[in-house]
Design a protein around this ligand. Structure first.
Ligand SMILES: C[S@@+](CC[C@H](N)C(=O)[O-])C[C@H]1O[C@@H](n2cnc3c(N)ncnc32)[C@H](O)[C@@H]1O
Length: 353
């Protein structure tokens, strides 16, 4: 199995293709033998697309034109089945930079959720790296594994998924001091900081992605309180699109405003106490644990995905990967699933973990 993470060249059976049709409507299909895209504008046969270069324009039976492009990773993650809320591309890009994810790195990620961030991390570490993704809910890991395989066309050898809570599973899965980078995307990352400190190599980076200011404050204080890390650095990333046409050059009217905050810190060498940490230790903390506890998303009633909804997402993700496997002749579908079903992409209802 190739470890080439960047598909290119003419379209082949098994490829996912994003088709932009009349009025800019998007359809995502997996190319398969005798496959067809049916819309009320007519029929576009998959065999018309196979062999054409990426970026071709094809005409369907009704004379309507479709632009065919392989989805970029950012397109794929926004339309793939979701069990849990995903890391948006703007944050994923910043995570790769802030956590300094490099080719060949050993990276730990938790939780894996829908696998959006896993895909970015796998791409950044490359085939010589190692990504170990922890997820405490098995159904989420199934959605993530199907999504990763659907996008890459195979399961990369550099990826391992461990089902279990990071606090219990990390110390047995990886040797202490052997991990270069840790990325936490979960409700209560502060619960994991102790095991993360043990797993990280001196100088290694921990990055937490949190949705609310109170989570940010709580994890910052926890990291500080351990005395095992450098001073945490926090940020948020806002990307504002621009409309650029003739003389109408202005910011877009709409944007994705708030998604989350990033906070990073580096693991100190054993026994090292930087001067600023010594000074801080003399100061009295200005908050109590309960102050931040009451404002966590769980406490203020942020909803979690229902079991029924989650099972639906697992089926969707499984159908997509089965369709891709059949089309590329790799393997048959999972029992009881209609693998031949067309996987028309839609932005699924976002869910909150
Ligand atoms: C918001 S989702 C992660 C989304 C993911 N980063 C993505 O881009 O698709 C958070 C996930 O963390 C998992 N989780 C929360 N606490 C955990 C823990 N202590 N250990 C392992 N997984 C955990 C949840 O089950 C959930 O699936």
């Amino acid at each position: 199995m190739t470890e080439d993470l960047r598909p290119s060249g003419p379209f082949r059976l098994g490829d996912r293709v994003q088709l932009t049709g009349p009025k800019g409507r998007l359809h995502t299909v997996t190319l398969r033998e005798n496959g067809e895209l049916h819309t009320h504008h007519g029929v576009l046969k998959h065999e018309q697309i196979v062999g054409q270069p990426d970026g071709s324009v094809l005409t369907n039976s009704g004379g309507h034109e479709y632009l065919a492009l392989r989805p970029l990773l950012r397109d794929f993650v926004m339309s793939m089945p979701r069990g849990a809320a995903i890391v948006y591309p703007k944050d994923a890009a910043q995570i790769l930079a802030s956590a300094d994810i490099f080719p060949g790195a050993t990276v730990v990620e938790a939780g894996v959720g829908s696998g959006a961030l896993s895909l970015w991390l796998l791409r950044a570490i490359g085939p010589s790296g190692r990504l170990v993704s922890f997820e405490r809910r098995e159904e989420f890991s199934q959605v993530a594994e199907a999504n990763v395989e659907t996008f890459l066309g195979h399961r990369p050898a550099s990826w391992q998924v461990v089902v279990g809570d990071l606090v219990e599973a990390l110390p047995t899965a990886l040797e202490a001091g052997s991990v270069d980078r840790v990325v936490l995307d979960m409700l209560a990352p502060w619960e994991c900081i102790d095991v993360v400190a043990d797993a990280l190599t001196p100088g290694g980076v921990v990055l937490c992605y949190v949705a609310t200011a109170t989570q940010l404050s709580r994890v910052a204080e926890y990291v500080r309180g351990t005395g095992l890390f450098t001073e945490p650095e926090a940020s948020e990333t806002m990307v504002r699109g621009w409309h650029v046409e003739g003389l109408a050059v202005r910011p877009d009217h709409r944007m994705v405003a708030h998604t989350g905050f990033l906070i990073t810190a580096r693991r100190l060498a054993p026994g090292a106490v930087p001067p600023d940490v010594r000074k801080r230790a003399l100061k009295k903390p200005s908050y109590a644990d309960e102050d931040v506890e009451v404002w966590t998303p769980g406490a203020v009633g942020d909803r979690e995905i229902t079991d029924k909804n989650l099972r639906k997402r697992v089926r969707e993700a499984q159908r997509a990967v089965d369709g891709a496997r059949i089309a590329s002749g790799v393997a048959g579908p999972a029992a009881g699933l209609d693998a031949a079903a067309e996987d028309v992409g839609a932005d699924p209802e976002p869910v909150v973990d």
